[in-house]
Ligand binder design. Sequence first.
Ligand code: ZN
Length: 138
Amino acid sequence: MSNCVYKIETPNGLYVGSCKSLKRRKQSHKNFINKKDYKIYRNNIDFTKYIFSVLEENIEDPLELRKREQHFIDELKPPLNSRAAHSTLTHKEYMKEYLTRRFNCDCGATPLTQNRARHFRSKKHETKIEEIKKIFQV
Ligand SMILES: [Zn+2]
């Protein structure tokens, strides 16, 4: 079984996902839960309450796979999915958004996110940070 869209019905609601290899994805879910930090939860999880099923399979094109996943997310509105599988932003829109995004630096400036590294090396940033350090005596 490969390139499929699947759903997991859990006691906490539905989850929809897609994968290249269902076997591998099942394994990665298992590995995740087997991690030390989750052992405490694992013992409290009743795996019989988790129902894994395939919604669609053998979707060759990876983009189509994402689209089909998004289709089921839109249709089923699974509460456990936190992000969109296939972003509705086009590449152009995304780049525009990315190129104009700014961040709030500790020095008080709001430089473009893409210039973050350059900003950190700038004299202006250094001077401001030194001032702030003096003010707060850190
Ligand atoms: Zn700065």
